[in-house]
Design a binder for this molecule. Structure first.
Ligand SMILES: C[S@@+](CC[C@H](N)C(=O)[O-])C[C@H]1O[C@@H](n2cnc3c(N)ncnc32)[C@H](O)[C@@H]1O
Length: 242
């Protein structure tokens, strides 16, 4: 792209190093430590999932249902790089939010992303086990939890298996362990008529809808990604429990 540009010695050494890593199958986003999501630039570290374009389905599902000028309180469970919470805050100018992750490294990365996107004034990030330690209610709870069945982890493509952190992927026996924990907490996390929007794995919709029903939450919609795969579930508190 810049044929006239001459690389200095250390730069050409770095380029050779990058090419060797790419040839060995390391994703470019991991080599550069950066990933674009919803047009925003996010830092990645070995502690964070590499955000996937499919997860933008969550952003679309939320933005289609809220007013941009509303002073919403958002909660992002399993925040990783912070991409879901920070993207939503970038689109909702007076919303505020909390991101939670069990990984200290992920939380530190999300905080840096909040600063570089100048969203640190409206966001905070906590280390925690889902929302168990949070004593507040939220208008919108989003989550992209680990949802791969443990037995399927070894069949993942190398660029996922070797470079995404295992606890960002491993959803237990049937891939549903994190949904069970998170959905069980929703009755105390959602504000009246609050909304829960979560990414789901292929073929998991019926199981997640059944979990929602167990906790008296109504599934409002199942949204598909650009490949036509059921990718995210939208549920609503009916306010009957408040
Ligand atoms: C699939 S990644 C999603 C990351 C980010 N939200 C995204 O969409 O790119 C799941 C995240 O859940 C976090 N996680 C796993 N178990 C957790 C737990 N018990 N409590 C909080 N976060 C957890 C992982 O560390 C990981 O960052």
């Amino acid at each position: 792209m810049r044929g006239e540009h001459r690389l200095e010695g250390s730069q050409s050494q770095q380029l050779r190093n990058f090419i060797t890593r790419m040839a060995a199958g390391e994703p470019l986003s991991r080599i550069l430590g950066r990933r674009e999501f919803w047009g925003l630039d996010f830092e990645l570290t070995p502690d964070t999932l590499d955000p996937r374009p499919d997860s933008e389905t969550i952003i679309e599902a939320v933005l289609a249902r809220v007013g941009r000028g509303a002073s919403l309180r958002l909660l992002d469970l399993g925040t990783g790089s912070g991409c879901l919470l920070l993207t939503l805050l970038s689109e909702l100018p007076i919303a505020t939010g909390i991101g939670v992750d069990i990984s200290e490294g992920a939380v530190a990365t999300a905080r840096r992303n909040a600063e570089s996107l100048r969203l640190n004034g409206r966001s905070s990030f906590l280390v925690g086990d889902w929302g168990g330690a949070i004593a507040q209610r939220f208008d919108v709870v989003v989550a992209n939890p680990p949802y791969i069945a443990t037995s399927a982890l070894r069949d993942l493509p190398q660029e996922v298996r070797l470079y995404d952190p295992p606890r960002a992927l491993d959803g237990g026996d049937r891939g549903l362990a994190a949904y069970q924990r998170i959905i069980g907490l929703l009755p105390v996390l959602l504000a009246p008529y609050g909304m829960f929007v979560a990414e789901i794995g292929r073929g998991q919709a019926a199981d997640v809808v059944a979990l929602l029903k167990e906790h008296a939450l109504a599934c409002e919609a199942i949204e598909r990604d650009l490949s036509g795969i059921e990718r995210c579930i939208v549920a609503r508190d009916t306010a009957s429990q408040h």
